[in-house]
Design a protein. Structure first.
Length: 318
């Protein structure tokens, strides 16, 4: 059930919707449905950081995406916000909501992605901000970027992997890491970071994203997921509503595309997830979304948002 809410008529401070992760469980949260009338909207999304490592209490950071979407008719959207990966323990840990990879023994779980969908399917995502990969003794597989950041495989508290994990890209999930004595972990896939769980000795889970980053066994850092914005010149879109294969089209199969799309990886300066316009390096917390309505495009300024979302709306900017 949705609640009508005016975002245009009651003054300069009432046209921004902001929501940080709205659930108490970082590993699961239902999507939020929102109904937007025709007009022009700036979408900003942040992916979630990974969990803290067991030994060094370090984590990687989530990515940022933005773009302007012009709607010519009323549309429903489904918002999925990334949860922080679970902090490492002496047992396996769960990945953050929306695609974070599970962590293995002493390895942190990956952070989840934040996305906007046209329905419940991963294929319907039109914009995605990637989550970060978890690690053990080091954690630098930040959320993407058009591709995620590759996690370190050496200098991990004096230990190393034989082969490191790979980041999520625009067409594939990241490859699993490998250790000659401990074997493999799990590869990333469409919308999901690879697991760091291993029957011998696990480590970090990959970050969630358009495509998830690869997990690692034993030690070192999993990799981050990739981000996606329909209309971004470096992005590749899925070929249809039942496909996980991408092609060279930069625009989502729905035809919805963002103007002035921006993608920033978690190891770079970006706008931080708040209503204040502050800049910092990477998203160091849970996923978030901010939607700004352009008043000059207003033709019917009433929109519908659920009560659950309304409770998290903080309205500040002009």
């Amino acid at each position: 059930m949705t609640t009508p809410f005016s975002i245009g008529y009651t003054g300069r401070h009432q046209h921004v919707l902001f929501m940080s992760y709205p659930c108490s469980d970082n590993t699961y949260c239902d999507p939020i449905e929102i109904n937007l009338k025709r007009g022009k909207y700036l979408f900003e999304l942040w992916g979630a950081r990974s969990g803290n490592d067991y030994f060094a209490s370090v984590h990687a950071k989530g990515g940022y995406v933005s773009g302007i979407l012009v709607l010519t008719e009323t549309k429903n959207f489904f918002i999925n916000v990334g949860g922080v990966g679970t902090t490492a323990t002496a047992t396996n840990t769960k990945g953050g909501n929306n695609g974070g990879g599970d962590g293995g023994w002493y390895g942190a779980a990956g952070g989840g992605a934040t996305d906007v969908r046209l329905d419940s399917s991963l294929q319907s995502r039109i914009i995605v901000a990637a989550g970060a990969g978890g690690g053990e003794r080091i954690s630098d597989g930040h959320g993407g970027g058009v591709s995620g950041l590759t996690g370190s495989r050496t200098n991990c508290g004096g230990l190393s992997l034989t082969t490191g994990s790979g980041p999520g890209t625009q067409s594939t999930g990241g490859a699993t890491g490998y250790h000659v004595d401990y074997g493999y972990a799990g590869s990333g896939s469409f919308g999901k970071g690879g697991t760091g769980v291993n029957t011998k000795d696990g480590a970090g889970g990959g970050g969630g994203g358009y495509f998830g980053g690869g997990g690692v066994p034993y030690v070192c850092s999993a990799s981050g997921g990739s981000s996606y914005v329909s209309g971004h010149p470096e992005c590749m879109s899925v070929t249809g509503p039942s496909s996980t294969t991408t092609n060279t089209s930069t625009v989502h199969y729905s035809g919805l595309r963002f103007i002035d799309p921006i993608i920033i990886p978690g190891n770079s300066d970006m706008p931080l997830p708040s209503l204040e316009r502050t800049i910092g390096m990477g998203n160091d917390g849970p996923g978030a979304i901010k939607i700004t309505f352009f008043l000059d495009s207003c033709t019917n300024c009433r929109t519908s948002i659920p009560k659950a979302f309304l409770a998290f709306i903080l309205i500040l900017e002009s």
